[in-house]
Design a protein around this ligand. Structure first.
Ligand SMILES: NC(=O)c1ccc[n+]([C@@H]2O[C@H](COP(=O)([O-])OP(=O)(O)OC[C@H]3O[C@@H](n4cnc5c(N)ncnc54)[C@H](OP(=O)(O)O)[C@@H]3O)[C@@H](O)[C@H]2O)c1
Length: 298
């Protein structure tokens, strides 16, 4: 008998690839992989295989595959790049999820869409919960906020997962950059006045697989527990990767970037706690296990 399908869109990104890999495992550091997955065929798509900005193509492929669920890991994630290329930001981050939402609804599939802490302005020193009002300040944040809106409006079986400060084995991320610069230069400056919660892609992938088997639709905050500044994060990256380097704090003012970043962007995983449980580890514990696995790879 043919198995039912789960589609993973954006399979080559840092989240997409971690999620693809996790579906092949039986267990991981966070617990056993849910058994229901054995009854499903997992099919991943790169941007070449499925371009989410092309509505007719998206609908055609999803109708052909008839999946039970679609996970959208695809996005235009270059935050400063979005300021220069507004069209691409809205095409990929807003119209892309809209197309997936319309297609998922047509085949009655669940849709898990990934969003970001950057939908908040981060101007108040207050942890953000799912019912707080959003107020994005950057093009990236605005395009992701519109993507959320479309997903909510066009798909009835939606999960929107807002994550933050994501890192994993594949793709570019802060952890890799810090390890590389620290090894090459021996010292570096990192901003200490932006606060957030680093998130290991493994934790997020595990939660995606847990949520997928439920009908607990809605918006979820999904980030590592506890908070830190980018500087604190960098200090512990250098320590846990065993790099001999000195890290110095600096201010956002000193380290000018094109896009405005939230100053305080800590998410509270409230809806997870109230539904399936909050599986996210404290960010430092998740970093330690990531460093152990990747010390000799990076
Ligand atoms: N990275 C972070 O710190 C962070 C923080 C908060 C939220 N998020 C959100 O988390 C999710 C995953 O992020 P990530 O870091 O894993 O992203 P990533 O590594 O940048 O990967 C994004 C993927 O999107 C795919 N993609 C781009 N345009 C596409 C299109 N038109 N059609 C289909 N696929 C397309 C790319 O596919 P190809 O490689 O095949 O071209 C790429 O593999 C995103 O929704 C992002 O907004 C990320």
């Amino acid at each position: 008998m043919q198995k039912e399908k789960i589609l993973i869109v954006g399979k080559n990104g840092q989240l997409g690839s971690a999620l693809m890999n996790l579906t092949k495992e039986k267990t991981c550091e966070l617990g056993d992989i849910p058994k229901y997955l054995e009854n499903f065929e997992i099919k991943g798509f790169s941007s070449k295989e499925l371009d989410i900005t092309k509505k007719e193509e998206v609908i055609k492929i999803i109708k052909k595959e008839q999946p039970k669920a679609v996970v959208n890991c695809a996005a235009y994630t270059n935050v400063d790049g979005c300021e220069d290329d507004v069209d691409t930001a809205f095409l990929v981050n807003a119209l892309g999820p809209r197309n997936l939402a319309i297609a998922a609804e047509e085949v009655k599939a669940k849709l898990i869409h990934i969003s970001t802490d950057y939908v908040f302005d981060g101007e108040e020193e207050k942890k953000r919960v799912e019912f707080d009002l959003i107020n994005p300040k950057s093009i990236y944040g605005k395009s992701k906020a519109l993507g959320e809106e479309y997903v909510k409006n066009f798909c009835s079986r939606f999960f929107i997962l807002r994550t933050a400060w994501l890192y994993g084995e594949n793709g570019n991320n802060f952890v890799k950059t810090i390890v590389k610069v620290a090894r090459e230069k021996g010292e570096l400056k990192v901003v200490d006045d932006q606060i957030g919660s680093p998130t290991n892609v493994l934790d997020l992938s595990f939660v995606i697989l847990k949520l997928l088997e439920t009908e607990e639709y809605g918006i979820y905050h999904c980030s590592g527990n506890k908070q830190c500044s980018w500087y604190d994060f960098a200090v512990l990256i250098v320590k846990h990767f065993g790099v001999d380097a000195r890290v110095f704090p600096c201010s956002t003012e000193e380290f000018k970037r094109k896009a405005k970043r939230p100053k305080f962007s800590v998410l509270e995983n409230l809806m997870l706690k109230l539904t399936i449980g909050d599986y996210f580890r404290d960010w430092e514990d998740a970093l330690i296990s990531f460093a152990k696995k990747n010390k000799n790879i990076f």
